[in-house]
Design a protein around this ligand. Structure first.
Ligand SMILES: *Cc1c(COP(=O)(O)O)cnc(C)c1O
Length: 449
């Protein structure tokens, strides 16, 4: 009875899979404030040319540079597990597999793109990177990647997380990054916010504005984003490519693939390489799982909206809850982004992938069951995928169907114990679909053209 399915380093993928080659319709272009498509040159102020090219590319396979592969080999290929003990606890005839991305040094899938982004920036002669981070997963990943390629990294960390998650901050500092509680008085955006709200606790949108402003104002500095953009999803496809090879080793193939979905890089990472099979006739179902308190795909509208709260980014066609939507404070499980990747949004709109939402208590219940059977304590974000798999496995137990289910364990939860504490002490509640807040926020959608 095999538990871990391992690939040798020599089998690590050499190319990323670009889903744009297999989409029946080209993704809608990013638009500027005038309603016209944003030219690639407009992005060169804050991104290196190689990444801008990847953002637009329609090539099916894009080579992974050797220096990137060398760093990824520190933890890749990541193991695929058969969850025998979880299956037994659920008394299900379903076979459950999970890809374990918690084995990266930063503890999640995010370094897969951080390493690639740091490499291309270094190659372009850039000396410094700026970014934002909420809970700290992305800031840690970029700090690690900056260290690997000798780039300075400055992280604007949402103030409330800076204060509540000191160990994520220490981890970023260990890897040499500078970390500031956002809003700061170092940028125009930060100063403006502080003038209006001296006690501001910060938000991802504000931190993005600060990081972008700094990168746009300095020639030696670029900006890096941890999800949403096409090139970020591209770099994550190594997850699904490896999983496909590993399932092949045990002569298996999934009926359904599940991943938690915030901005879409985790879902795209594991699911897109299976979309290639789907485009070629396979019946595999790809399911994005989101929190019912931030239900972007399942309750949002498909339209052009800003990527940040302040309205500095180009307009992207995506499922959105409105760029100033704030998820309820009671929500503990991450995945708080108001929108979703343009690629994921378009696939969902065309009925090529599925989406579902799960309430908070069910996600923690599933995460604790997973820790008690498989041993690994999952990140609260990952718990969303686990909850969806548990639901499906229970349905298989009822129907007797022996489906093969695959999900991405996107990270471990060792830095998220405050959220687990709140769950164990009964402080967390289900907070369903905040209909009024979404309605209000959707009134502020930008007019296009
Ligand atoms: C960021 C993160 C996610 C969500 O990734 P998106 O690209 O925003 O969908 C899921 N799990 C973990 C552990 C993460 O850190």
């Amino acid at each position: 009875m095999q538990t871990k399915i391992l690939l040798p380093e020599s089998e690590m993928p050499t190319h990323w899979y670009n889903i744009m080659a297999d989409m029946p319709n080209k993704p809608a272009p990013y638009l500027g404030p005038d309603g016209n498509p944003v030219p690639p040159e407009a992005m060169l102020g804050i991104f290196p040319e190689a990444l801008v090219m990847q953002e637009m590319s329609a090539e099916r396979w894009i080579p992974i540079p050797e220096p990137v592969r060398e760093v990824l080999r520190l933890w890749r290929p990541s193991p695929l597990y058969r969850a025998h003990r979880l299956e037994a606890a659920l008394k299900t005839p379903a076979k459950i597999y999970y890809k374990n991305e918690a084995v990266s040094p930063a503890g999640s899938h995010k370094p897969n793109t951080a390493v690639a982004q740091a490499f291309y920036n270094k190659q372009a002669g850039i000396k410094r990177l700026t970014t934002e981070t909420g809970a700290g997963q992305w800031g840690c990943s970029l700090a690690l990647a900056g260290q690997m390629f000798g780039l300075e990294v400055r992280v604007y960390m949402v103030k409330v997380s800076y204060e509540q998650k000191p160990y994520r901050r220490s981890l970023m500092q260990t890897w040499g990054a500078e970390v500031f509680a956002s809003p700061t008085d170092m940028t125009e955006a930060g100063r403006q916010i502080l003038k209006l709200h001296p006690d501001s606790q910060g938000s991802l949108g504000i931190a993005i504005s600060e990081a972008v402003e700094e990168a746009a104002g300095r020639k030696d500095t670029n900006y890096a984003l941890g999800s949403v953009l096409n090139h970020v999803l591209l770099h994550q496809t190594i997850i699904g490519e490896e999983a496909r090879k590993q399932l092949n080793l045990v002569d298996d193939y999934p009926d359904m693939v599940f991943a938690s979905c915030g901005g879409g890089s985790n879902f795209g990472g594991i699911a897109f390489p299976f979309f290639a099979d789907k485009a070629a006739g396979s019946n595999v179902r790809l399911v994005a799982v989101e929190p019912s308190s931030c239900p972007t795909l399942t309750k949002g509208v498909y339209t052009y909206d800003f990527g940040d709260a302040v309205g500095h980014t180009p307009l992207m066609k995506m499922y959105t809850l409105g760029h100033d939507f704030m998820p309820p404070g009671i929500h503990a499980g991450g995945l708080r982004y108001h929108g979703d990747s343009a690629l994921v949004s378009q696939l969902y709109n065309e009925g090529l992938i599925e989406a579902m939402s799960v309430p908070q208590l069910e996600t923690f219940e599933a995460g604790v069951l997973f820790a008690r059977t498989e041993g690994i304590l999952p990140a609260p974000e990952s718990n969303h995928a686990i909850a969806a798999v548990v639901r499906e496995a229970k349905a298989c137990a009822a129907s007797g169907e022996p489906k093969t289910l695959l999900f991405n364990l996107s990270g471990h939860g060792h830095f998220d114990m405050t959220s687990y504490d709140r769950y164990f002490s009964g402080e967390l509640e289900n907070f369903d679909y905040p209909e009024e807040a979404i309605k209000e926020s959707l009134q502020h959608l930008p007019k296009v053209g």
